[in-house]
Design a protein around this ligand. Sequence first.
Ligand code: TRP
Length: 351
Amino acid sequence: MGARGAMEAMAGKRERVFSGIQPSGELHIGNYLGAVQNWVQMQDQYECFFGIVDHHAITVPYEPAEMPARVFDMALTLLAAGLDPRKCTLFVQSDVPEHTELAWILNTVTPLGDLERMTQFKEKAGREASVPAGLLNYPVLQAADILLYRATLVPVGEDQVQHIELVREIARRWNARYGEYLPEPQVVVGPARRILGLDGKAKMSKSLGNTIGLLESPEEIWAKLKVAVTDPARVTRRDPGNPDICNVFTLHRYFSSPQDQAWSAHGCRTAAIGCLDCKRRLADNIVAALRPIRERALELRERPEEVRRMLAEGAERCRAIARETVAEVKRRMGLTGSFLPVAKPAAAIRT
Ligand code: TRP
């Protein structure tokens, strides 16, 4: 906890948390272990805001007709995974227009060179034939997301650390120019730093097709796990392997009991078990861990209006804070709307 956090704790005020996730539709176990599990834990302790960031999602080519379902499914999965609207605020970014207003303002204090250096920008830009400015300015919108709520803690996966460093720089520059108002947020990285996909090579990611979805059926999970990459040294059933370099074993660490982990590690090293045995046990454990989430999701899917209502209420709570922050930011920047006619009090009009 930073000095500010300590002060707020003494004042009985909870520190504020912000994080965002792109509306990719269904969550996968990489998102879950890397970030969302952490969010679920934080909602008891902090004042949490979680945004489904659709304005970020439109920085790469997409199908407009599919976006509403992507947003809805993400909201549904997050609720099923344990986010509770009585404890946290869940909302859709484009329902709160202040995000884009503040993003424009922050663009004016963001160094272009910093944006060009971002790893994620270079990777994504390399894949596109034509690079939209939105892809470059993506981290500025991310800064607006966080600073709009003056959040001090940002739980994210490791791949977002560089972006949050830039958010701190943007806050520093704005404060230096217009006075200390926007706190520099801190990154909170969860215990599961980087979850590899079932190919054992790249980060687990929907676009690479190497994921296990949080709502997949036991059959689907088994079909995917069955062909997941293991230690290449195990060519045949009798070849011993090394669990420390096997991605399937890494997943055992997150989903299996200490006994099952020991069984798998020992069996692998001595070739007492085959990779399929090891995967079967893992599949059973993943299915058991995800069962309550899957059941809640199936239930919620029957009540779509309830999900929509929760998002609408979330956006309302956000806007109350967002309006205040933007008003203060603009006031400090001399953008006060002072040339608008001032409404006369009713009494004055009557005379
Ligand atoms: N860029 C983040 C990601 O792809 C999502 C995100 C948008 C975010 N705004 C944020 C994360 C603000 C943390 C805080 O994962």
